[in-house]
Design a protein around this ligand. Structure first.
Ligand code: RBF
Length: 156
């Protein structure tokens, strides 16, 4: 007999912060509404969702760090859209966002989910923010719900 821990997707009574980068807001607003809709559909009260906007993906980790310190939430969902341009900034910013958000989660206190889409083109951004391949904001919200329930299971 094995002991298995896994999380469900129950949002009742849980509090979430969503940190959303404003760059490419045409797409990132789609991720944001997908994430909010997913949380509400899983029982999270609208009053228990706090949206925090920051300028771009580079600012996601520092904003999430501040949110973690200042707000009493069960999880933080980070959303942003990076579109590869003609500069190397894309790779630098993607690396900073990934590393920073990951580091912030490593103490295992509250989960952080990663809803940053990295796209080579506007077409890909359209696909990943709500058309062909779904909405990555929805996936990030689902991951946050599951992780909150998993952490509950591990504490309880
Ligand atoms: N922020 C994003 O969230 N997505 C982007 O695609 C993006 N591209 C950028 C490209 C360049 C050349 C620069 C300088 C910044 C870009 N940023 C982008 C903004 C970045 O995350 C940050 O907000 C600013 O650099 C200010 O610190």
């Amino acid at each position: 007999m094995t002991n298995t821990y896994e999380g469900g997707f129950h949002g009742q009574g849980k509090r979430f912060a969503i940190v959303s980068a404003r760059w490419n807001s045409f797409f990132s607003d789609q991720l944001l509404s997908g994430a909010i809709d997913t949380l509400v559909r899983h029982g999270v009260e609208k009053d228990d969702i706090t949206v925090v906007r920051c300028p771009g993906c580079f600012e996601l980790p520092m904003t999430a760090a501040r949110v973690k310190r200042s707000l009493d939430v069960d999880a933080i969902i980070c959303l942003g859209v990076l579109i590869r341009g003609a500069t190397p900034h894309f790779d630098y910013i993607a690396a900073e966002a990934t590393k920073g958000i990951g580091q912030l989660a490593m103490d295992g206190e509250i989960p952080l989910s990663f809803g940053v889409i990295t796209c080579d083109s506007l077409d890909q951004a359209v696909e990943r923010s709500g058309s062909k391949v779904g909405n990555k904001g929805v996936e990030a919200a689902m991951a946050a719900l599951e992780m909150v329930n998993l952490y509950d299971a591990l504490s309880g």
